[in-house]
Write a protein that binds this ligand. Structure first.
Ligand SMILES: Nc1ncnc2c1ncn2[C@@H]1O[C@H](COP(=O)(O)OP(=O)(O)OP(=O)(O)O)[C@@H](O)[C@H]1O
Ligand SMILES: [Mg+2]
Length: 234
């Protein structure tokens, strides 16, 4: 299956997940099934495992137990083919906006986006990358290095970089934490619109009431993370 075909079949499926960090269990999810193309918020108190869940879905953290499927692909099967296979799967299928922007400091803004396409084995599509920056209010900043940007601008570049490969699964970790109301709304508009255009699944981990209010589907992780219980927001 190619990454492009995977876009139409995206979704998340978790059964019997247990994640250990520092020698203790930090996240347990009995069952979580997110339909392809769904958009939802992942909420819960600080330390409940939101970032951990996104890291598992991105294939960055190997769980102690459980089955995790992303875009109809079993992550354990990809991992068994080695780190290169996992890196390629992640680059093509998952767009991760980390809690800290983590941009390439030596590259300018545009090259940060084009590097993401390169790592996924995709052609550069420079004009599409510039159009995406424009949509996020970053036009004219494409030749700046990350250190020459504000925190909020860096966060929007990280968002653009996560979207530039048109991933089947978009994972955003507190993407509005450094943004004012106008830029938060714009960033969420772009996230939702790009996900809808591509039929991608979108999960946004957040504490932010502005973010939660936008999503009909809310996945609430309990404080002690005994189970991930999908709920519907009122
Ligand atoms: N590298 C690590 N080593 C050991 N424990 C860790 C590590 N990273 C996170 N943890 C622990 O795992 C648990 C879940 O952390 P996680 O970062 O997923 O929470 P979170 O819900 O994203 O919190 P926040 O809302 O503050 O971002 C916490 O108890 C945390 O202390
Ligand atoms: Mg977190």
């Amino acid at each position: 299956m190619t990454g492009v075909q995977a876009v139409a079949r995206s979704g998340v499926s978790i059964d019997g997940l247990r994640v250990m960090r520092g020698g203790r269990s930090v996240l347990e999810v009995t069952a979580l099934h997110v339909p392809a193309g769904a958009q939802g918020a992942v909420v819960g108190p600080s330390g409940c495992g939101k970032t951990t869940l996104l890291a598992v879905l991105a294939g960055l953290l190997v769980p102690e137990a459980g089955r995790v499927r992303v875009a109809d692909t079993d992550l354990a099967e990809v991992a068994a083919r080695g780190n290169a296979a996992l890196d390629r799967f992640r680059a093509r299928t998952v767009g991760l906006v980390p809690q800290q922007p983590m941009l390439f400091g030596v590259l300018d803004v545009l090259d940060n986006l084009l590097a993401a396409r390169h790592f996924a084995g995709l052609p550069p599509e420079r004009d599409a990358a510039l159009a995406l920056l424009d949509r996020l209010g970053l036009a004219g900043l494409e030749r700046r290095r990350p250190r020459e940007l504000s925190r909020g601008q860096q966060q929007r570049v990280a968002l653009a970089r996560a979207l530039v490969n048109r991933p089947a699964l978009i994972l955003a970790d507190e993407p509005t934490a450094n943004l004012d109301d106008a830029n938060a709304a714009q960033a969420l508009d772009v996230l939702s619109a790009r996900a809808a255009e591509a039929g991608a699944t979108l999960l946004v981990a957040t504490h932010d009431a502005r973010v939660c209010a936008r999503f009909e589907t809310v996945l609430a992780l309990p404080a002690r993370a005994a189970a991930g219980v999908p709920t519907r927001a009122p």
